[in-house]
Write a protein that binds this ligand. Structure first.
Ligand code: SR1
Ligand code: MG
Length: 429
């Protein structure tokens, strides 16, 4: 699968890419027809990479190539090409652990930082579907299976201590991508940073308040430390709704270039935060009051089902066969041991839920005050309407981060979101 190690990196433009693919017999077979007739379109709308859709007479492929810099910002922000290697490693591992829930890799070239994957068609980026008000009936079951399987089977509950440490080592070099998260999510939104932006002038006072809010600074710093110092499992690392492709009947998780061994709650929190942002953005997309009420109810039900489904599946895996070195079976013998271990499992899940709530809050605030925003809010054209939706999300997020104990169950999160649906923030300007 991996080839071309001797090759040196160059950015592949359309002509080079056509030649490159034409030189790989397996890919020629997938595409079919004459290479000169293949259509090649660059469609990347993410923050970091080039993405090409290539179509031939028989089929299509998606080609992703890492750039040596952050695409969103430009060459002034260099970024290691090695992220393509970690993404390939993660995709391969996730495909073993959650078959059918990630795109299959057809070819990878480390030197070119290039990966060729199956073309997902007619899948769309879930975030775009949510903005359009579409409900996805497969999503809960698929995303909870993906998270339970990938997180449980790469944790100390399933792995031996040696296997786990090998896993940590294999991804330890992906620290430049972790640093992006450490800066953009856990630091910049809470201080003056050149790249920060928000819906001005309406959120000027809220942005200033975040910079002075010491309770929030303590809470975000605790979360940052947890992110940096808790190698619990192989996490996707950027599991927002832009990293999920869907149809009515299929779900695929894409883009794990931020993967490393980190806290599980960071992935689960990312999914919940992005659903909650879709919920708050929805008011800004409605053309008539109440028009999207059914969709909004579905989003909140989905938030609840994602946590509940994930927790149930994770616990089922743990009960069915904990092969890892954590919680040795020999320490929990007999009926009394079994009961005590079950109580401990519940305590573990409660702690994981609190992490999830905190990380979900962090993922929300970064999208409203940091560098990288999301189109759920950005596509609300009227800035005042956008600011109203964003302010509701921020109010919930601050509570979730600073008073996490006030959200002991997922229904507390959705209940608070529901109450904020029509809250009128006092805006600046
Ligand atoms: C500079 S990269 C900005 C963001 O894009 C990615 O999708 C990650 O979320 C990252 O934080
Ligand atoms: Mg991405």
């Amino acid at each position: 699968m991996t080839q071309g190690q001797a090759e040196s990196y160059r950015i592949l433009h359309e002509v080079d890419l056509r030649d490159y693919l034409a030189g790989r017999p397996k890919l020629v077979t997938v595409l079919g027809g004459a290479p000169g007739d293949w259509s090649i379109t660059e469609v990347g709308d993410g923050n970091l990479n080039l993405v090409f859709i290539v179509k031939g007479a028989r089929g299509g492929v998606a080609v992703k190539q890492a750039l040596p810099y952050v695409r969103l910002v430009g060459e002034s922000w260099p970024l290691p090409l090695s992220r393509a290697h970690y993404e390939y490693l993660a995709l391969t591992r996730q495909a073993e652990l959650a078959p059918g829930l990630v795109p299959s890799v057809l070819h990878h070239n480390d030197a070119l930082a290039l990966t060729v994957m199956e073309l997902l068609e007619p899948h769309i980026i879930m975030r775009k579907g949510l903005i359009a008000g579409t409900q996805y009936p497969r999503f809960v079951d698929d995303v909870t299976t993906f998270m339970a399987q990938t997180l449980f089977f790469t944790s100390d509950l399933a792995l031996t201590a040696a296997e786990k440490k090998e896993g940590i080592a294999a991804f330890a070099g992906n620290h430049a991508l972790c640093k992006i998260t450490e800066d953009l999510i856990f630091t910049d939104p809470y201080r003056v940073a050149e790249q920060n932006r928000w819906t001005a002038p309406y959120l000027d006072a809220t942005a200033a308040a975040l910079r002075d809010d010491m309770e929030l600074h303590v809470a975000i710093s605790r979360l940052k430390l947890k992110f940096m110092a808790s190698p619990e499992a192989l996490i996707h690392g950027d599991l927002h709704t832009g990293s999920i492709m869907v149809t009515g009947s299929e779900t695929r998780v894409i883009d794990p270039e931020f993967a490393f061994y980190g806290p599980m709650g960071f992935d689960v929190g990312a999914v919940l935060a992005n659903l909650l942002m879709a919920y708050f953005a929805s008011a800004g997309h409605e053309r008539a009051p109440g028009e999207r009420a059914a969709f909004e109810a579905w989003v909140l039900e989905t938030v609840e089902s994602v946590w509940n489904g994930f927790a149930r599946k994770f616990l089922d895996l743990w009960r069915a066969g904990a092969t890892g070195d954590a919680y040795p079976v020999s320490l929990f013998a007999g009926e009394q041991g079994a009961a005590r271990l079950e109580a401990e499992r519940q305590t573990y899940m409660q702690r994981l839920f609190a992490d999830t709530v905190g990380f979900a809050a962090a993922k929300t605030i970064r999208r409203i005050f940091g560098l990288a925003h999301n189109i759920d809010f950005e596509l609300i054209e009227d800035p005042k309407r956008r600011a109203i939706s964003e302010a509701r999300a921020v109010r919930l997020a601050r509570g979730m981060m600073v008073e996490t104990a006030a959200f002991p169950a997922i229904a507390d999160v959705t209940g608070a979101a529901r109450k904020l649906r029509d809250w009128q923030a006092e805006l600046s300007g």
